[in-house]
Design a binder for this molecule. Structure first.
Ligand code: SF4
Ligand code: SF4
Length: 286
């Protein structure tokens, strides 16, 4: 089963939930798709045994063949091409590798060449596998890294995906093929506002979902109300806890620190399985 863990913004505890959830599963695979700030392996401590670059195709212009018609410049929706001082100039970081300009050039003056945008690290922590996607600074999109990270995943495996925060195209790529989505919510106005956008996205994908309320302080019921109003099952509630903050700050995993925290994540996993089974059965009946 593949579980995608999402949040509306950074700092809600998404990685805290994803890493601990992975830890309490046997022989599990943890995939860090939070490619701009991947820190899951700080907690899981997988020993890296392989690194692989992720390349995309970008255009290369043959200025001897180019007649300066500017069709490629007009075509590029991402403004990655410009005509400057009688020459077509490429801004590689803006290129989305659609391949359109090379197909369209009437002079055959554009061929494609590979360019590295990031890499993937493969690690093992005991019987746990950890895969981490890393996007190079300044790159426009990490979608190719995420699709490579998730390529060929066995559906029978226990997989936890730490998705990027927010609701952009990298988040969509991260939850494609998930069996269940966990929405991590911080019980503040800002936290609920952010997760409401992610919630709309998850509904579009028609994947069963539930919420984890993190850093809960009694009396701060805004996240509970949001879940109730939107019929989102609450899978677990983690109190605002100074010890967890301390463990996070030193890169330690709460579930490996004591049995109390471990049990909380085991119960969370049980609840995910229960809601998933219930939703799957309901879908079959429909
Ligand atoms: S479409 Fe081809 S010929 Fe026209 S400006 Fe672009 S590279 Fe040059
Ligand atoms: S490959 Fe696509 S995105 Fe990149 S420069 Fe050409 S048209 Fe623009």
């Amino acid at each position: 089963m593949r579980i995608g863990v999402l949040s509306g913004k950074g700092g809600t505890g998404k990685t805290f939930v994803a890493t601990n959830l992975s830890y309490v599963q046997k022989d599990a695979l943890f995939i860090d798709c939070d490619i701009e700030e991947p820190n899951g392996n700080i907690f899981l401590k997988g020993k890296i045994f392989k690194e692989e670059p992720v390349n995309v195709l970008i255009p290369e212009i043959d200025h001897d063949l180019c007649t300066g018609c500017r069709k490629c410049v007009e075509f590029c929706e991402f403004n990655a091409l410009a005509y400057i001082k009688d020459k077509v100039k490429l801004f590689p970081e803006l290129c989305h590798s659609c391949g359109g300009c090379s197909l369209l050039c009437p002079e055959g003056a554009i061929k494609e060449t590979e360019r590295e945008i990031g890499n993937i690290e493969y690690g093992m922590a005991g019987t746990h596998e950890v895969r981490t996607g890393i996007l190079n600074t300044g790159e426009a999109t990490g979608v190719p890294i995420i699709s490579k990270l998730l390529d060929g995943i066995n559906r029978e495996e226990s997989v936890t995906v730490d998705c990027p925060p927010g609701s952009s195209c990298v988040v969509m790529e991260s939850i494609k093929g998930s069996d269940f989505c966990v929405l991590v919510i911080e019980p503040t106005i800002f936290g609920v506002q952010n997760i409401s956008i992610v919630f709309e996205l998850v509904k579009l994908f028609d994947i069963p979902y539930g919420a984890v309320i993190n850093k809960y302080i009694p009396g701060q019921e805004i996240a509970h109300r949001f879940c109730e109003e939107n019929h989102i099952p609450v899978l677990g509630v983690f109190d605002f806890d100074g010890k967890i903050a301390e463990l996070n700050s030193i890169g330690a995993l709460a579930s490996s620190y004591n049995d109390k925290y471990k049990r909380q994540f085991e119960l969370l996993l049980d609840k995910i399985m229960e809601v998933h089974a219930h939703e799957t059965a309901a879908n079959i009946k429909r």
